[in-house]
Design a protein. Structure first.
Lengths: 158, 456
């Protein structure tokens, strides 16, 4: 009797090429696997697939070997107010984009730094508009320098 | 919220520009509304926790009386425009969202109190009508029964067709070119729509997204086909099952449950945190899905709103806000979909809630328990303090115990998550589907930020 080596093998090439199910993919499924009726093999493949999927999803084991990067340094400056975040978000959406210079200048002059949620957009802005770079560099804070290390096109900040 | 405006009592209620934009009917109204969102176009601007109002200076002698309730975002304006909401209502809402300090009046004018009174009376009448409807017998029982029988027969026929399609797929294998084409799944979905089983149609259409989406997609597709076969098989024996299972099967196939019947059940009262929202479009229908998280009961509820474009689903509970209300769960197996008892409650700003699980292990265990009760549960939300970390160009979310799960996120979303965390553990709301997490929203200091807007 021709037995497939795995569920994915019989699933890919079809039950019509085989005469029985593959061995159970895991010991926990051994008992229930042996009770699947193989007389209708396509149906047996579907039942086995449902079991395999449920077992995998409910028995998921998290990874334990993921290294964390060093966190960004503590900020020394104060973050901008919500109203300034809203104004920046409107410019990010494409409204009043000529206001960027003024927004950045005000932010710098009062010693504020941008809210973290604005950082990718601000760094992208500086990547496109060279003349804004000094102002942007002044307002991205420690977090901005930290995130800029993660993307080649933002390396102008460093 | 910024300190200098929170002294306005009613400002506890959150009206955002996004919310306003969502109810604008067309581009012309947007432009006209924006132009009206300035101080000098108005007199008597005011508001409280329930309603905002103002007199719009028009070209005529009498100004228009414009008012918008904050709970349901219901509008009324004395102008003759047939657009709904009219430009004055839109202007007033934009003004309230962008410049709340301008709404200085606190005393409701008579025309505002009167309208609110009328609304209240109408709501009571509607409730009474609904209660009567629920007890009334349908007019022509025979015709209703006939229609029902016809529909049931069509669905059963569709489910049998689906079983055969799945058996053929298992027999011939999924390693064929046509399986990778969205067209193949769309065609199957169309057949299920014809069979009046839109739930099965949606299931099949989603399977069309799987091919080539990730390394082990073939194995995932097999799991899904098996699950769908399990669903079809159980549906053909629906009468053998206990009631919650029958309800679950009916909903999965796509039969709708009457809202009044659901609201007749008792619900769960809590302060619900509006944790995540996502909009999707399919078949000329926009769906807005909102996850609500109970701060006291630690339960989750999924609120679905639908609209046919150009109108958009109405959402008056903004992301990150908290709503004190009662949610009624749909019947089913480990149900998560809800209907709010009342739509008119307004949302308040509170601090961010505590995590829903002590860590990823607890979350995975909770997911396994849900699958045990409901094998068709696709995804489950969670809210946990997590570190984002990148390994081999794949984003992972890692908890305090150093457990990590893979994350499905575009490059832009990955960078935004990293910016917001700065490498520190950060409160994240995501959905887990047994294979990977999809991040939906994240904390930025005390604010709560959607990750969906930039994802789309």
């Amino acid at each position: 009797m021709k037995q497939p080596e795995s569920l994915i093998a019989i699933g890919l090439s079809g039950a019509s090429r085989y005469q029985q199910l593959p061995p159970p993919p895991h010991a926990v499924l051994a008992d229930v696997w042996s009770r699947i009726d193989e007389s209708n093999l396509p149906q047996a493949v579907l039942h086995a697939s449902a079991l395999d999927g449920l077992a995998r999803r409910s028995g998921y084991q998290p990874m334990t070997d993921i290294a964390l990067s060093d966190p960004a340094r503590e900020e020394t400056k104060v973050q901008i107010q919500d109203a300034a975040v809203v104004a920046a978000q409107r410019m990010i959406r494409g409204e009043f984009t000529h206001g960027w210079t003024e927004w950045l200048r005000l932010c710098q002059r009062h010693g504020f730094i941008a809210a973290p949620r604005l950082l990718p957009a601000l760094l992208d802005l500086g990547t496109q508009q060279r003349n804004l770079r000094p102002l942007i560099r002044a307002v991205v804070g420690e977090r901005g320098f930290w995130i800029a290390r993660k993307l080649e096109s933002w390396s102008w900040v460093l | 919220m910024a300190k200098e405006v929170s002294s306005f009592l009613w400002f506890d209620y959150v009206l955002t520009t996004d919310q306003v934009t969502a109810v604008v009917p067309d581009a012309a109204s947007f432009k006209a509304g924006k132009a009206l969102a300035v101080d000098r176009k108005w007199d008597m601007l005011g508001g409280d926790a329930d309603i905002i109002w103002g007199l719009a200076k028009g070209s005529g002698k009498n100004p228009y009386q414009t008012q918008v309730t904050l709970g349901q975002m219901a509008y009324k304006c004395s102008c003759p425009s047939r657009k709904f909401p009219c430009k004055h209502a839109i202007g007033l809402m934009f003004l309230a969202a962008e410049n709340p300090a301008l709404l200085t009046e606190k005393e409701r004018p008579d025309w505002v109190s009167e309208w609110l009174k009328t609304r209240e009376a109408n709501e009571k009448k509607a409730e009474t009508r609904a209660a009567n409807r629920a007890t009334d017998k349908p007019k022509d029982e025979k015709a209703v029964a006939q229609r029902q029988a016809k529909k049931t027969a069509r669905i059963e026929e569709g489910v049998r067709q689906l079983q055969q399609v799945l058996l053929d797929l298992a027999s011939n294998g999924i390693g064929r070119e046509e399986i990778c084409q969205q067209r193949y799944w769309d065609e199957l979905a169309r057949r299920m729509v014809d069979a009046q089983a839109p739930g099965l149609a949606g299931y099949l259409r989603r399977l069309g997204d799987l091919p080539n989406s990730q390394l082990d997609w073939e194995s995932r597709l097999l799991h899904e086909l098996g699950n769908l076969y399990l669903l079809a098989g159980n549906y053909t024996r629906i009468e053998d099952h206990p009631e919650p299972m029958r309800e679950e099967l009916r909903q999965l196939v796509g039969l709708t449950t009457d809202k009044d019947t659901i609201l007749a059940q008792s619900g769960v009262s809590d302060r619900w945190f509006v944790a995540a929202r996502r909009q999707s479009q399919q078949d000329r229908l926009t769906t807005s899905a909102t996850w609500l998280y109970g701060r006291e009961t630690f339960r989750w509820g999924l609120k679905l709103e639908f609209a046919v474009p150009p109108s958009r689903p109405r959402e008056h509970w903004s992301l990150g806000a908290t709503v004190k209300t009662e949610l009624v769960y749909y019947p089913g197996l480990a149900p998560d979909r809800i209907l709010p008892r009342s739509d008119s409650v307004s949302a308040q700003q509170e601090t961010l809630p505590k995590p829903s699980d002590s860590g990823l292990s607890a979350m995975l265990e909770r997911y396994a328990k849900q699958l045990e009760q409901n094998p068709w549960r696709a995804r489950m939300p969670f809210l946990i303090q997590l570190h984002p970390a990148i390994k081999d160009a794949q984003l992972y979310l890692v908890d305090e115990q150093s457990n990590g799960i893979p994350c499905e996120a575009s490059k832009d979303v990955q960078l935004l998550i990293a910016s917001l965390s700065g490498g520190h553990p950060t409160l994240v709301c995501a959905e887990w589907n047994g294979y990977q997490a999809q991040p939906l929203a994240i904390a930025d200091g005390a604010s709560w930020v959607s990750l969906q807007e930039i994802a789309s």
